[in-house]
Design a protein around this ligand. Structure first.
Ligand code: GCU
Length: 340
C-alpha cells in the first residue's frame, strides 16, 4: 500500500473500526440513520489521489457542499480505511458510510452481481455504462443488499478493459500462463477465470499486489492500464499483454440508513451530483488510460498484443457455468441486448 498525505494520520482507523465491528458496536452513527461523523460521510477508496475515481469523487464532494444542507464526502484513498473486503463490512455495519468496491466483492454477498463481472458481457465502456445506469435493468439488483446488509448500490465507475501483465515475459495465448501464479480479485468467478486460463489462481487484496509481484508470491496479475500505472505495478511486472478479457466495474455503495437519512431535497441533489461524478469519471477514464500507457512505457513497460481468439475460447464456458438462475439470465440478456 502506498502512503499518501492522509495516510499517516488515520492509519489506525481501520484497525479500530474493525475491532468495533467485531464487538458489534461499530455502528456509531448508523443506528439513528445519520453518518458516523454528522453529515460528513467517510468514503473508503483503494486508489491513489491521481486516479480518476478519487478526482471525480472529490468533485462530487464539492457539489454536495454547494447544493445540500451540509452533506459532504471525505474520500480516504489508498486503502486507509481498509482493503475492499473490509470496507464492504464497514459500510454494512455503519462505521464507514460509503465505499468504492469492485464488482467481484459484491458477488460474495449476492451471486447475481456475478453476471456483470463475466468476461465478454460488456463490449466496451460505453456499452457497460449504458447498462449499469439503466434502472430498468439494475434497480432490483442495486437494492438487493439493503435488507440483508444495509448496503445500497448507487451505480458504478468503469474500470475499463482488464488485461494480463507479468513479471516473466509477454504472453500470447493462455498456454503461456500455464502453472503461473496469477493474482485475481477475491471471488469465485475470478478464481475460475484464472483456472480457465491454466494459471494458479491467487486471490489477494489490491494493496498487497505490488509486493506480491516484487517478491514472486505471484508471477502475474490482471487489471486496467490506469491501475497498472498508478499502483506502479509496471516496475515489478513490466510485460503488459493486451488480453482485454473483461470490462471491469467499480460500484459506489452507501450504508442504506445513511442514505435514507437525507431529506428529499438533499437526496435529489445527491443523485444529481453522483450522475455528474460518473459522467466526469468516464471522460477522465479515456485520458487517464492514454497517460497510463505513455507513463508505463516511459518507465520501461513493454506492451504487446495477444491471440484474442485463444483467450475468448478459454473463457467462453464461464458464462454458462455462472448463470444459474432466472435473475442472472435476465441480467445477462438485458446487458447483451444493449450491445450495439
Ligand atoms: C481496479 C479496480 C479496483 C479493484 C482493483 C483490483 O483497480 O478499480 O476497485 O480493487 O482493480 O484488481 O483489486
Amino acid at each position: 500500500m502506498r502512503i499518501s498525505k492522509k495516510t499517516m494520520a488515520i492509519a489506525g482507523f481501520a484497525a479500530a473500526a474493525l475491532m468495533l465491528s467485531a464487538c458489534g458496536g461499530g455502528d456509531s452513527g448508523s443506528g439513528d440513520g445519520s453518518p458516523s461523523t454528522g453529515k460528513k460521510m467517510r468514503l473508503a477508496l483503494n486508489q491513489t489521489e491521481e486516479h480518476p475515481s478519487y478526482v471525480a469523487l472529490d468533485h462530487f464532494n464539492d457539489y454536495l457542499k454547494e447544493n445540500t444542507e451540509g452533506w459532504e464526502i471525505d474520500v480516504f484513498p489508498n486503502e486507509t480505511l481498509g482493503a475492499q473486503a473490509e470496507a464492504l463490512q464497514l459500510v454494512s455495519d455503519g462505521s464507514v458510510d460509503m465505499a468504492i468496491v469492485s464488482g467481484p466483492q459484491l458477488e460474495n454477498l449476492n451471486a447475481d452481481f456475478t453476471v456483470f463481472n463475466l468476461p465478454k458481457v460488456f463490449d466496451g465502456v460505453e456499452h457497460q455504462m449504458s447498462v449499469i445506469n439503466n434502472p430498468e435493468i439494475t434497480s432490483e439488483l442495486y437494492a438487493s443488499l439493503e435488507d440483508s446488509n444495509k448496503i445500497t448500490v448507487l451505480g458504478g465507475f468503469t474500470q475499463g478493459a482488464r488485461s494480463v501483465y507479468t513479471s516473466f515475459g509477454p504472453i500470447t495465448t493462455p498456454a503461456d500462463l500455464n502453472g503461473k501464479k496469477l493474482r485475481v480479485q477475491e471471488s469465485k468467478l475470478n478464481i475460475s477465470m484464472a483456472e480457465a486460463l491454466g494459471a494458479a489462481a491467487t486471490p489477494m487484496a489490491y494493496g498487497e499486489l505490488y509486493t506480491g509481484l516484487q517478491s514472486g508470491v505471484v508471477d502475474a496479475a490482471e487489471n486496467n492500464e490506469v491501475s497498472y500505472f498508478t499502483q506502479k505495478h509496471f516496475e515489478v511486472a513490466p510485460y503488459w499483454s493486451s488480453t482485454k478479457h473483461l470490462v471491469g466495474l467499480d460500484y459506489l455503495i452507501i450504508n442504506s440508513k445513511v442514505l435514507s437519512g437525507m431529506s428529499e431535497q438533499d437526496r435529489a441533489a445527491f443523485d444529481k451530483g453522483w450522475t455528474a461524478a460518473y459522467e466526469e469519471h468516464t471522460t477522465l477514464w479515456a485520458e487517464a488510460t492514454q497517460e497510463a500507457i505513455d507513463g508505463a512505457k516511459a518507465g520501461g513497460a513493454k506492451f504487446s498484443e495477444v491471440d484474442d481468439a485463444a483467450f475468448t475460447e478459454a473463457l467462453t464456458a464461464l458464462a454458462a457455468e455462472y448463470i444459474t438462475n432466472d435473475t442472472q439470465q435476465g441480467l445477462y440478456d438485458a446487458a447483451r441486448a444493449a450491445a450495439k
